[in-house]
Design a protein around this ligand. Structure first.
Ligand code: GTP
Ligand code: K
Ligand code: MG
Length: 457
C-alpha cells in the first residue's frame, strides 16, 4: 500500500444534467473533508448512507442536500479512504461542490483512470481486471458487457496467473537440478518438466489462435458494403441504420468517403461501412475513395457486395476481385423487376483460385424487401465470428504480444538440453505473463493503460 498519497476528487458519473451525480474522493483527507462539508466533528460510520445538507466549510453556504457514504480503507474501491457524495445532478450543483472541494487543503482533481490505478497499486485487482472495468464502461452491447464483466471479475487474470504459477514451479525444478546436480533428485525430472512446459505452451498457443474473437468483440464486427456506383450501397446503409446516415442520389459517384454506423445485432457490436462505388475514375478524390474502400474491404470480417438487379449476373470486376468466403451477394432494386429468376447462391472462384459458393439475397434497399432475411443472416455471421463458449478469450493486443513472446521463449526452452538455457527461457516467459497481470515491473505501462480511462474512473 502506498502511504501518504494526495487526496483526489472528481465527478464519477456522466457529464450533463441528471437526477443524481456522484462525486468521489479518495485518499487520507477524504474523511476529514466529509466532516467539514457536513459540519460535524466525528467521522461518520463507514458504509452508512447519511442524508444531510452539505455546506462550504468557509462561507457556510448550503450547496445541496446530499447522500454521503464514507468507506474506510482498505475496504473501499481504491483501498484508501473513499467518500462518495450523491448530489443532485445539475450543472451548477456539481460545479459548486467541485469548486468547493478544489479549495480544500491537500485535495486535487483526479487524473484519468486514477481511482482504478490506485485500486491496482493497492492490490485490489490485477491489471486485467482494471482493463475489464474500462471495457465495461465502454461496453455498448450485451455481448461486450458479458465479456467485460468476466474479465473484471478476474477470469483472465486467474487464467494467466495459473500459467505463471505452473511455469514458476517448473522453473524451480530446473533450478534445483542445476544447483544440486549430484543430489538424489528423482531420475527423469527433466522429461517431467518438459511435459509441464509443453502443456502450458500448448494452452497458451490455443488461447492465441482464437480468431481474435475477444479483441473483435471489443472493436465490433466489421462489415463493409461494396459495389459499383449507384448499386444502392448508401441506400442499404441507411436502411440498416434506420436513419439517413449517407447521402443517396441518382448521381453515380455520390459517396466518396467511408461512412460508418454502429449497430447492435442480436447483442453483438457491428460497424457497418458504406464505401465509394468501385470504378476507374479520373477524379482524384473519387479514386482515393475507391482506394480506401478496397483497403477497408480487405480487412473486413464480412463484405456485402451490392449488385444492381439490371446488371446481374454480371459482377463488376473491381468488386469481383474482393469476393471470397467472407462475402454475401446482394441483388438490389428487386422492387423494380421480377426477382423470381434469382438463384439462392452463386458459384464462382476467388482471385486466389478457390471455388466458392456464396449466398445470394434479393433485396430492395428502397422498399425494405428482403431485409429480414438479410438481417437474420448477418446476425448468424456476427455470432459465428464473435460468440464463444468456454473460457474468456484474449481481449487485447497488449496481452497477445506478451503471450506470443512467452510462447516463443517456451519454444526455445523446450528445444535445449542445457538446463541453464532452459531456465533462462522459462524465466523470461514467466516475466512476460507477469506483465499482463501487472505482477512484474509495469510502471512504464501504467500511464498508457490508465490514460485510456476518463476522469472519475
Ligand atoms: N428502385 C430502386 N431504386 C433504388 C434502390 N436502392 C437505391 N435505389 C436508387 O439508386 C440510386 C443510387 O442509390 P445510392 O444509394 O446512392 O447508390 P450508391 O451505391 O451508394 O451510389 P454511389 O455512392 O454513387 O456509388 C438512387 O437514386 C436510389 O434512390 C432500390 O432498392 N430500388
Ligand atoms: K449514387
Ligand atoms: Mg453511396
Amino acid at each position: 500500500m502506498i502511504a501518504s498519497r494526495e487526496t483526489i476528487f472528481a465527478l464519477s458519473s456522466g457529464a450533463g444534467r441528471a437526477g443524481v451525480a456522484v462525486i468521489r474522493l479518495s485518499g487520507p483527507r477524504s474523511g476529514a473533508v466529509l466532516c467539514a462539508l457536513l459540519g460535524r466533528d466525528t467521522m461518520p460510520k463507514p458504509r452508512h448512507a447519511i442524508y444531510a445538507p452539505i455546506r462550504d466549510p468557509k462561507s457556510h453556504e448550503r450547496l445541496d442536500d446530499a447522500v454521503a457514504i464514507y468507506f474506510q480503507g482498505p475496504a473501499s474501491f481504491t483501498g484508501e479512504d473513499v467518500v462518495e457524495l450523491h448530489v443532485h445532478g445539475g450543472r451548477a450543483v456539481i460545479e459548486g461542490v467541485l469548486d468547493c472541494l478544489s479549495r480544500q487543503d491537500g485535495l486535487r482533481v483526479a487524473d484519468p483512470g486514477e481511482y482504478t490505478r490506485r485500486a491496482f497499486e493497492n492490490g485490489k485487482m490485477d491489471l486485467t481486471s482494471a482493463e475489464g472495468i474500462a471495457d465495461l464502461i465502454d461496453a455498448e452491447t450485451a455481448a461486450q458487457r458479458r465479456q467485460a464483466v468476466r474479465q473484471m471479475a478476474g477470469e483472465l487474470g486467474t487464467l494467466y496467473e495459473g500459467w505463471r504459477a505452473r511455469l514458476m514451479k517448473a522453473l524451480a525444478h530446473i533450478e534445483a537440478d542445476i544447483d544440486f546436480p549430484d543430489e538424489d533428485l528423482p531420475d527423469g525430472i527433466v522429461p517431467v518438466v518438459h511435459g509441464d512446459l509443453r502443456a502450458v505452451n500448448d494452452e497458451v498457443k490455443r488461447h492465441l489462435t482464437d480468431n481474435r474473437r475477444g479483441e473483435r468483440l471489443r472493436e465490433g464486427f466489421q462489415i463493409v458494403i461494396l459495389g459499383a456506383p449507384n448499386a444502392g450501397k448508401s441506400s442499404l446503409l441507411n436502411r440498416l441504420a434506420q436513419r439517413d446516415a449517407a447521402i443517396v442520389s441518382e448521381i453515380a459517384g455520390t459517396t466518396r468517403d467511408m461512412i460508418e454506423v454502429h449497430l447492435d445485432l442480436g447483442g453483438f457490436p457491428v460497424t457497418m461501412v458504406d464505401t465509394a462505388g468501385l470504378r476507374e475514375s479520373g477524379d482524384v478524390i473519387e479514386s482515393e475513395g475507391v482506394r480506401r474502400a478496397t483497403e477497408r474491404a480487405e480487412n473486413a470480417d464480412l463484405r456485402l457486395v451490392v449488385i444492381d438487379r439490371s446488371d446481374w449476373p454480371n459482377i463488376d470486376p473491381e468488386a469481383a476481385r474482393l469476393i471470397d468466403d467472407k462475402t454475401l451477394i446482394l441483388i438490389n432494386k428487386v422492387d423494380a423487376t421480377d426477382s423470381s429468376a434469382i438463384p439462392a447462391s452463386w458459384q464462382g472462384t476467388s482471385v486466389d483460385g478457390r471455388v466458392l459458393e456464396l449466398p445470394v439475397l434479393p433485396i430492395s434497399a428502397m422498399t425494405g424487401q428482403g431485409m429480414e432475411s438479410l438481417l437474420q443472416l448477418l446476425e448468424t455471421r456476427v455470432k459465428e465470428g464473435l460468440d464463444f463458449a468456454g473460457p474468456v478469450p484474449l481481449t487485447r493486443l497488449r496481452h497477445r504480444r506478451a503471450l506470443e513472446s512467452a510462447s516463443d521463449h517456451l519454444d526455445r526452452g523446450l528445444q535445449t538440453d542445457i538446463a541453464e538455457l532452459a531456465a533462462e527461457d522459462v524465466r523470461l516467459a514467466v516475466r512476460e505473463i507477469g506483465k499482463i497481470t501487472g505482477r512484474v515491473d509495469v510502471e512504464d505501462l501504467l500511464d498508457i493503460i490508465f490514460g485510456d480511462f476518463c476522469i472519475g474512473k
